[in-house]
Design a protein around this ligand. Sequence first.
Ligand SMILES: Cc1ncc(COP(=O)(O)O)c(C=O)c1O
Length: 396
Amino acid sequence: MKADFFKYQAQTSPHPLAVEVSHAKGSYIYDISGKGYLDFVAGVSAVSIGHCHPAVVDAIKTQSEKYLHVMVYGEYAQDPAVQLTRLLAENLPESLEQTYLVNSGTEAIDGAMKLSRRVTGRSEIISANQAYHGNTFGALSLMNYEERVAPFRPVVGGISHIDFNSFEDLNKITKNTAGVVLETIQGGAGFIQPEHGWLAAAKKRCEEVGALLILDEIQPGFGRTGTFFGFENYHVVPDIVVMGKGMGGGMPIGAFTASKAHMQLLSDNPKMGHITTFGGHPVIAAAALATAKTILESDLMAQTLEKEKLFRSLLKHDLITEVRGKGLMLVAITPSAEITTEAILMAQEEGLILFWLLFETRAIRITPPLTVSNEEIKKGCKILLKVLDKITTKMA
Ligand SMILES: Cc1ncc(COP(=O)(O)O)c(C=O)c1O
């Protein structure tokens, strides 16, 4: 399989981990030799309630026996999408009442960018330095990382940047600004939380000048930080909330939610201002609905904060300079990118899946499924500490 993987499948990097996957269940992925890997990455914050959660698998099976794709998004009323968007409205602040379902996080970001221009009639969009919002042209344009953007220029125009957590930079949001796109917790930058009052100040500034605050909840969304959406921790309500990844419980989905008045503008003048064939796909929407219900109807969100405490109590080592993040969106920072890479590769050998972040090269990503057990947390941390011990010995 590995040879064909390299021969036929387009690659994203020169050295993918290339685990040859056989099957996955709960917190484990198994390779074709039968080796089990404890998964502390969850498909990069996507497999929110564990691999092949029975509720998700049942929802997929049940829906796939009724109907698959029947019509482009938005034309027919289809129960899974209707129930999902209703459940979202019921679990979001009142002003966030209509959801547009798409197929990925980056598409949802593009949709939100378009909506901010359509609502305000302005063109400028502001995002934060060190932000990652996806890789389609809209989302890519928000990235202020020349090395990654330059080969693809020209990108979408009218984008400018501010420093995350800079109160002063909020003055750059002006009457020319259509939307301000921010990750609630900066992911690729190193799981940086907003400073006290900063997101609320960003919202206030947006209100003053008539711009829309767009919060990217693609990683914290659906319970990962102890609340259904991460922004609930920071006392702010965005004008548009963008979600994806963990919302699908392992299936591909994205969505953006706004007020009905704003969202309706996408359907008129021009008519069909934003369309997608597969957005709201019934099987995917059924999986997302099952995921949301499982999270909302259990104590998984509360447990997330307890599990964070357990991780923080265990991740103590001379090569861990800091543990950052919230809930089960954590990173262990080591003294160097080299140590981080060695730890991730050695951990994989030992049967523990860890991963990198996009920009903060010293970070070891720890974003397990929310269903990870305390025993699994202890087991995984023991492996990581053992690996760090080995690295320490080698360095001595
Ligand atoms: C914060 C954030 N926004 C957007 C995206 C893009 O989502 P997708 O890969 O589903 O397009 C990601 C993916 O890593 C992300 O972490």
